[in-house]
Write a protein that binds this ligand. Sequence first.
Ligand SMILES: Cc1ncc(COP(=O)(O)O)c(C=O)c1O
Length: 306
Amino acid sequence: MDLSKHAFFEGKIVPLADAKINIATHGFLYGTAVFGGMRAYWNEEKKRLFVFRPYDHFRRVLNSGRMMAMEIPYDEESLIQLTLDILRMDDWKQDVYLRPTIYKADMGIGVRLHDLRDEFCMFIMAFEKYVKNDTNAHVTFSSWRRIDDNAIPARGKIAGAYANSALIKTDANRAGFDEALVLDQNGHVSEGSAMNIFMVRDDVLITPPVTDNILEGITRRSIIELARNELGLQVVERSIDRTEVFIAEEMFMTGTAAQVVAVTKIDHRPVGRGEMGPITTKLRTLFDDVVRAKVPKYQNWNVEVG
Ligand SMILES: Cc1ncc(COP(=O)(O)O)c(C=O)c1O
C-alpha cells in the first residue's frame, strides 16, 4: 500500500511512522472513532491535484463526532487548510484517498462516550479502483441487515459500525460476488457495503431516502444534482423494495471509494440487458470529469492543492 510520508497526529504534521496510538486507546478498544473518506484527483492537463468537496466531507466528520459526543478544536475551514498542508508536503501527482479520523484518545477500560479526550488524525494513500468490476458488477442480497439508526447512528461514519460493512463485504466476495445489497430492519434496500445505491425504473432515477438507514453519501448528493441538472432526469428519494431491483432498467452504486459502479447482475439475474445502461454510462463519465475539475460549472466542488 502506497501510504503518505506524513500524517496529522496529536495537533501537528509528523512522519507517518511516528503517528502511533497505544493498544489501550479507547477508540481502538471500543470502535469509538468516527471518520471520513475523501479523495483528491489528479488533473493531467492542469498538472494539479484537486480535493473533491472537502467542506462537505469534513462537515460530515464533525457531525459524526457530534453524534458520538466528540469535540475537537477545528472547524471545516481549518481542517481543509491542514489537509492542503499535508498534501503539499508529500507532493502527490496521482489520485489519492484521505482518511481523517476523530477518536476517543484516553487509555483504559470503561465503555462510554463522556469524560474522554478526543483527538483528530489523518493520513493519505494512493488509491485507484475499489470495486474491480466497476462496469459490470455482480451483486447479491446480503444475509446481514444494515445497522439500524436506533442501534448505531447509521448516518454517521462510526468506526465500530464498519464491522457490519466488513461482514457484508467478505461474505459477498467469498460467495463469488463483487458486492452486496443490504436490507434494513424494515426489509427495504438500504445500500451496499460502503456505497449508496440508485436504480432506474421507467427513466426515473430512484434512491433510498436518508431515513432508510443509509450513510448520507456525498457522491450520492453529487449524482442527484448532476442527474437533475445535466441529464434532466426526475430523481425520486423513496424506499426500495427487494424485488423492485430485479425489474429495474439500470442499477449503480456510488461512493467516494467506489465512485460510480454499474451493477449488471443481481443474484444471477441480469439488470435490464445485463450491461451498463445509458444513464449509468453518462453519469460515470460526467462524474469523473467533475471530480477532476474539468467542468467549470461545478468547480466550487474542487479545492485546488496550490
Ligand atoms: C456505509 C457507506 N455508505 C455509503 C458511502 C458513500 O458515501 P460517500 O459518497 O460520501 O463516500 C460510504 C462511503 O463513505 C459508506 O461507508
